[in-house]
Design a protein around this ligand. Structure first.
Ligand SMILES: *Cc1c(COP(=O)(O)O)cnc(C)c1O
Length: 436
């Protein structure tokens, strides 16, 4: 791209690293389920002059002048997000998923309040109550977890726990849970114990927007999502919410703000300063792309591809957590192959074969977070690359070979050759090379 040529001249060191990264993603299969490949249009929006502007505040209510085009851009992003998810209110300014979640905690809870969120080993996120994160330091987390045998969410157990704890908020959402979430059942529990329902659909929002996974938007008080995972937009996040604060009398008796006002106030000035207008422009571009019929086909294919990969892995004797997947991801349980705590080594061996995945904990992890017993795989990025079920099977066979021979560099090299061959059939960012 022409835009890149200047970097080549002014900063050859960074340009060379960009070129190498382009080669790395072209020559490998990207199976990290939180990653994706955005369109060139999204990349160009991020590289636009909107990066120069300061626009603290919200459209038509800013602290600086010169906002006529920024305002229209942010209004378009808002309008498109509302249409895509069917939400009442949306804030498109969060810099990323973690600050978005922080704004929700500060809107719904007081410091020290108790809430429930999915246990991290079972597939929750750092911001769902990790002791090293604000969510675990400032608020009292009561994690719910999956069933010890099936590794599925047991809604009756979760209900009992909620009745005992009476949390002020229940957080739903996942980073490594391979099955569908019953958002309606969670809402019924929230109603019963008068807790806010906060749903973080960062991983699955592309599936929710297209109806491939049920969306929590019609139930939950607040829904956050990153924009860069299955949604296939720039790094960033949005917060969607109901306008009305369902527990205003109970929890915010003094407040003059509705829920939408609380959320906006906690994003700016509560946590953030000026919005990243270039990224928000790219969010608008990505929402427009996600509103097109093609995106629904894409979302369906993500799930078909995940099923094909899961089935092939299991037929090769690999155990998956919950024995399969309903969504875009799956978790290999290495402990079933006597490889407990070997996630790190297997991840490194897969990387040597140009298969990029990440080590992950499994439910009731017998190893440790640094040496866990799982490998998490997902299909959003390879599906963007137009790979289909047969390609998934080929990749799965490569993964199985690497796991069974993770100390055998000759066998790993052979898999790498097959992966390179496969990748050469699926061009990625053609024409973006600077040096050619
Ligand atoms: C990725 C993710 C986040 C955090 O997003 P960042 O942009 O990395 O801060 C939050 N919640 C869930 C469920 C996620 O998967």
């Amino acid at each position: 791209m022409d835009m890149m040529r200047d970097i080549l001249e002014s900063d050859p060191e960074i340009a060379a690293l960009m070129e190498k990264e382009l080669g790395r993603i072209r020559d490998g299969v990207e199976l990290i389920p939180s990653e994706n490949f955005v369109s060139k249009a999204v990349l160009q929006a991020m590289g636009s002059v909107f990066t120069n502007k300061y626009s603290e505040g919200y459209p038509r209510k800013r602290y600086y002048g010169g906002q006529e085009f920024v305002d229209s851009m942010e209004e378009l992003a808002i309008e498109r997000a509302k249409k895509l998810f069917g939400c009442e209110h949306v804030n498109v300014q969060p810099y990323s998923g973690s600050p978005a979640n922080m704004a929700v905690f500060f809107s719904l809870l007081e410091v020290g309040d108790s809430y429930m969120g999915l246990d991290l080993n079972a597939g929750g996120h750092l911001t769902h109550g990790s002791p090293v994160n604000f969510s675990g330091k400032l608020f009292r987390i009561n994690p719910y977890t999956v069933d010890r045998k099936t590794h599925l969410l047991d809604m009756e157990e979760i209900r009992k726990q909620a009745l005992a704890i009476k949390p002020r908020m229940i957080l739903t959402g996942l980073t490594a849970y391979p099955r569908k979430i019953d958002f309606k059942a969670f809402q019924e529990i929230c109603d019963e114990v008068e807790a806010y329902h906060f749903s973080d659909i960062s991983h699955i929002s592309g599936l929710c927007a297209t109806g491939v996974h049920e969306s929590p938007v019609k139930y939950a008080d607040v829904v956050t999502t990153t924009t860069h995972k299955t949604l296939r937009g720039p790094r960033g996040a949005i917060i969607m919410c109901k306008k009305a604060d369902r527990y205003q009398k109970k929890y915010h008796p003094e407040s003059k703000k509705d829920l939408a006002g609380l959320i906006d106030f906690n994003v700016f000035p509560g946590i953030q300063g000026g919005p990243h207008d270039h990224v928000n422009a790219a969010k608008a571009v990505a929402f427009q792309e996600a509103l097109k019929p093609d995106f629904k086909i894409y979302a369906k294919q993500i799930v078909k591809n995940a099923k094909a990969m899961a089935d092939e892995l299991m037929s090769r004797g690999i155990k998956l957590v919950t024995d399969g997947t309903d969504n875009h991801l799956m978790v290999i349980d290495l402990s079933a192959k006597n490889l407990t705590g070997k996630g790190k080594e297997i991840q490194a061996a897969l990387d040597q074969a140009n298969i990029h995945a990440n080590k992950n904990t499994i439910p009731f992890e017998p190893g440790s977070p640094f040496n866990p017993s799982g490998i998490r795989l997902g299909t959003p990025a390879v599906t963007t690359r137009n790979m289909k079920e047969n390609d998934m099977k080929e990749i799965a066979r490569g993964i199985a070979t690497v796991i069974d021979n993770y100390n055998d560099s000759k066998k790993i090299e052979k898999v790498k050759a097959d992966i390179l061959e496969l990748c050469s059939n699926f061009p990625l960012y053609p024409g973006m090379d600077m040096l050619k």
